[in-house]
Design a protein around this ligand. Structure first.
Ligand SMILES: [Zn+2]
Length: 130
């Protein structure tokens, strides 16, 4: 688990090392960016040092398109004031976040639910599923 559920410091974030996000999809999203840019954005993300701040950031990288039958997620990468469309796998591997964490945030966007509550659910699910 990446985060410790401790009553004094509930959101301790473990250190991560930058890894180049390879083989995300056929478009190879990472090829659109300078490796330095990717590393800087990765560093910024982990320098938040706060679970909620990270989630808010991830939140700002996604949007949902609803049609009558289904919904589709769009993902973007932000750097130096620019925005470029990327795939989900690119974001997951660049920021080294789990798909389940992303799903929790997507649930919030869909349902407009309270993120703290979802975070608690996430921790509990994690505890019971392991
Ligand atoms: Zn991709």
């Amino acid at each position: 688990m990446e985060y410790e559920n401790n009553s004094k410091k509930p959101k301790i974030i473990s250190k991560k090392c930058f890894k180049y996000p390879m083989n995300c999809c056929s478009k190879r999203c990472a090829n659109s960016f300078n490796v330095k840019v990717l590393e800087t954005e990765f560093q910024k993300f982990w320098d938040f040092g706060d679970y909620d701040k990270q989630n808010n950031y991830i939140f700002s990288l996604m949007s949902i398109k609803n049609t009558v039958l289904s919904s589709k997620w769009d993902y973007i990468f932000r750097y130096n004031g620019n925005i470029l469309k990327v795939c989900q796998k690119f974001l997951l591997s660049l920021y080294q976040i789990s798909k389940s964490r992303l799903r929790v945030i997507q649930m919030k966007i869909k349902n407009g639910m309270n993120l703290t509550l979802l975070y608690i659910n996430y921790i509990f699910n994690d505890l019971f599923n392991n």
